[in-house]
Design a protein around this ligand. Structure first.
Ligand code: MLT
Length: 200
């Protein structure tokens, strides 16, 4: 079970899966979902891990160093939760588009790295490579938007470049946008994601 909010949108519209950053909650990305597509359904989830009281989607050993066993376990837990909630709320499991920021983008990336059909598409704001030395499933037909900061102290540029390459290597259709910023999520980036989303 994961703490969450579900809002039903217009019939036939995607379900936006919202995944917050470290220390966030399921409330954080609601305004962003509203900017991206006010008619979509929204499933916003709170991470099940607590780091000194800060919700996260998986444990880390220190900043930027992930607890891989926990990441794998939490990724499976989230994937199963999506199946359960699709059944509970009667939404189309094959029409889920993730919007994740930072730690939330990293677990969305891990869904992509572990399951070929978990997400139809994903908007990843400031993600890292979730797993190294890992064989990705086929992601052909999956579209991914990555927003990255040129001076992001948490995600060096090489993380974005490697992630882009790994996802493309698995067949995903990846768009990367760079901003002359750090780790923060800025309005220009959300507007670019909205533009990209409108072409899906
Ligand atoms: C992570 O732990 O997922 C990344 O370092 C991003 C963050 O600080 O949440």
């Amino acid at each position: 079970m994961m703490h969450h909010i579900y809002h039903e949108g217009k019939e036939g519209k995607p379900v936006l899966l919202l995944l917050h950053g470290t220390g966030g909650t399921e409330q954080d990305l609601l305004p962003i979902a509203d900017m991206i597509d006010p008619e979509a359904s929204v499933l916003s989830v709170r991470g099940n891990v607590s780091e000194n009281g800060m919700p996260r989607f998986f444990k880390r050993l220190r900043e930027g160093v992930f607890d891989i066993e926990d990441l794998k376990f939490r990724t499976q837990e989230l994937n199963e939760f999506l199946g359960d909630t699709a059944h509970k709320y009667q939404f189309d499991r094959s029409n889920v588009i993730a919007i994740g920021y930072s730690n939330g983008a990293n677990i969305a990336g891990s869904l992509l790295f572990n399951y070929s059909d978990s997400l139809k598409a994903a908007i990843l704001h400031h993600p890292m490579v979730p797993l190294r030395d890992h064989e990705l499933p086929s992601l052909s037909g999956t579209k991914v938007f990555i927003g990255a900061g040129e001076n992001d102290p948490i995600c060096p540029a090489s993380e974005t470049e490697d992630l882009d390459e790994l996802l493309k290597g698995a067949g995903a259709d990846v768009t990367v946008k760079w901003y002359n910023r750090g780790h923060q999520l800025i309005e220009e980036e959300v507007n670019d994601a909205k533009q990209w989303y409108s072409t899906l």
